[in-house]
Design a binder for this molecule. Structure first.
Ligand SMILES: [Zn+2]
Length: 113
């Protein structure tokens, strides 16, 4: 993220299935994250381009991020902020938003531009 703010490429991880190297974070996604914050949402980002995901993961292309806390509450089926947050992400242009109820996403929300 700091790398993206400086306009440089962001590093990818190189463990497990991560490809290493670097990628530019998608500007639409960065604006989306900015507007989420401006709209009053607080959220903790666990992965951007880093981390190890499925082989063809959009994370490696710099167009997605994962969130495990929304407004201070851990992501899970009972999180009262979940629906609103996911809706807001779509409204801001995210093309794919996956969370609890989708396989592999019981404890985080995946937001992809
Ligand atoms: Zn993800």
């Amino acid at each position: 993220m700091q790398q993206a703010e400086r306009g440089t490429r962001s590093l990818r991880s190189s463990y497990q299935r991560a490809p290493g190297g670097s990628v530019y974070l998608d500007i639409q996604m960065l604006w989306g994250m900015h507007y989420l914050t401006k709209a009053g949402w607080s959220y903790r980002v666990t992965e951007l381009a880093g981390g190890s995901h499925s082989k063809k993961s959009s994370h490696y292309r710099g167009v997605s991020f994962d969130v495990d806390y929304i407004n201070g509450v851990k992501v899970g089926r009972g999180n009262p902020h979940l629906r609103g947050f996911m809706w807001k992400c779509r409204q801001l242009g995210a093309r794919e938003v996956k969370g609890p109820g989708t396989a592999g996403h019981s404890s985080h929300v995946h937001v992809e531009w």
